[in-house]
Design a protein around this ligand. Structure first.
Ligand code: NAD
Length: 435
């Protein structure tokens, strides 16, 4: 990637809509991230130099990860770690294990992390990692080998003061434990603060496992213009974020009527028993086949007539094609980048409110930050203390975004980006350029 790849400028010309036909989903995600940055740059009046600096990742590392399969074969997969911006503190961002992940996707996700950390006011820059593997196709031992070798390859970049990974799609507490162990073995002593989302036995924070979903619930309840009691909800993606978001929204009185995952979708208009569904998914690996509901196509779920739609799977699922049929009044983005810029325009035109990813799913990085603070102080907080701090940071960020949006006639996404990008640009200005 070079600066000349950026098709947009901050100097007054409305940014072109990104190319929907870009070759890979990752490139489409990066086009969307750049479009959002260009809009924010124009709103903030940033000059072209600052815009280009913010559009350019600070460092990108692509590595080959050789893995010995159980049958003795050697396979090589690609991994990436992108540090998008370090102006406000160490880089922070999850690691994704997914067969379709590529450098462009990881770059987009890293850029969104930069704005998200700035928006919620935690002292981090943005990063992301990815390995192009399907974790479901590997044995646990193979997965451990991939993880450790990938970490070994990106070792020069990461560290508690440099870049702190966390879970994302396809990775979990166990992955984080292997990362901590690999890093610590190389350092010669235990370094719990190198990674967050660890098991509590290794210094993981209470409340981290459900933090992103708790944040989604907080954001949804802030944005709902009606009582949560009986409000209908559909959730796309029933993994770490989606399953607990469904649970917490049900706990708040909402009626979760439909959920989906890669294996299928289920619907029950009188409301799903989310706890029973989670038990079914834990046992079978999917919501598919759950008895107390009807099957539904995964695409139909996005178009249900519900109060709240929570996309909590992957990028680019609400597009110009299906946005005209999205009937939810409120979309709360548990996933990163689920709505394309074209779809954003259509949803706004239809009067739907979208709580954007960098706000709605920030609960995860907030509690990751709290975990890192606890690790660096060798101290731990109770679940209640963590929850209070999470709620405070989420509600403050939501309020700031909603106020700016109302004052300046922006969508919540435009306002969230204006705040996040503005804080990062300010940090750059104050630090100046070296040399
Ligand atoms: P996960 O791997 O735990 O779950 C992903 C879920 O999406 C799975 O249930 C999978 O089956 C489902 N899925 C995949 N393709 C689908 C499709 N076409 N239709 C319906 N469902 C599909 O991942 P996660 O950690 O829950 O992450 C989900 C999203 O949330 C990602 O965009 C991620 O970047 C974002 N996010 C995660 C965290 C976190 O703390 N884990 C924090 C912030 C944002």
């Amino acid at each position: 990637m070079t600066i000349t790849d950026f098709p947009t400028t901050a100097s007054g010309v409305r940014s072109p809509i990104p190319d929907l036909h870009a070759p890979s989903p990752g490139e489409r995600a990066l086009a969307a991230a750049r479009f959002q940055l260009a809009e924010a740059s124009r709103f903030l009046g940033l000059d072209d130099g600052m815009h280009h600096m913010l559009a350019t990742p600070r460092r990108s590392l692509t590595v080959s990860v050789p893995v010995r399969r159980e049958d003795g074969r050697l396979e090589v997969v690609q991994g990436h770690r992108v540090q998008h911006n370090l102006s406000r503190g160490p880089a922070k961002g999850g690691i994704r294990f997914h067969p379709a992940t590529d450098l462009a996707e990881v770059t987009a996700l890293a850029m969104w992390m930069t704005w998200k950390c700035a928006l919620v006011g935690i002292p981090y820059g943005g990063a992301k990692g990815g390995v192009a593997v399907d974790p479901a196709a590997l044995t646990p031992r193979e997965l451990e080998r991939v993880t450790r070798r990938y970490v070994n390859e990106i070792l020069p970049l990461i560290g508690p003061e440099k870049d702190i990974p966390a879970p994302d799609v396809g990775t979990d507490e166990q992955t984080m434990a292997w990362i901590m162990d690999t890093y610590s073995a190389n350092a010669g002593y235990s370094v719990p603060g190198v990674v967050t989302g660890k098991p509590t036995a290794l210094g993981g924070s209470l409340g981290r496992a459900g933090a992103t979903s708790r944040g989604v619930q907080i954001a949804a309840l802030q944005a709902l213009t009606r009582s949560p009691e009986g409000a209908t909800v559909a959730v796309q993606g029933f993994g770490k974020v989606g399953a607990l978001a469904a649970q917490y929204l049900a706990d708040a009185g909402c009626r979760v009527v439909a959920v989906s995952d890669a294996g299928g979708a289920v619907v029950r208009s009188s409301g799903l028993d989310v706890a029973a569904l989670r038990a079914h998914a834990a046992e079978t690996g999917s919501v598919h086949g759950y008895r107390d509901a009807d099957p539904l196509s995964r695409d139909e779920l996005l178009e249900l007539d519900v109060d709240v739609l929570v996309p909590a799977a992957l990028e680019g699922v609400i597009t110009a094609d299906n946005a005209p049929r999205v009937r939810a009044r409120l979309v709360v983005e548990g996933a990163n980048g689920p709505t394309t810029p074209e779809a954003d325009l259509i949803l706004a035109g239809n009067g739907a409110t979208v709580v954007p990813d960098i706000l709605a799913n920030a609960g995860g990085v907030i509690v990751s930050y709290l975990e890192w603070v606890q690790n660096t102080q060798a101290y731990s907080w109770s679940a209640g203390e963590v929850e209070v701090k999470l709620r405070d940071l989420m509600e403050n960020a939501y309020r700031a975004v909603a106020e700016l949006a109302a004052e300046r006639g922006l969508t919540l996404r435009q306002a969230a980006h204006a705040i996040g990008v503005g804080r990062v640009a300010e940090a750059h200005r104050m630090r100046g350029l070296y040399p």
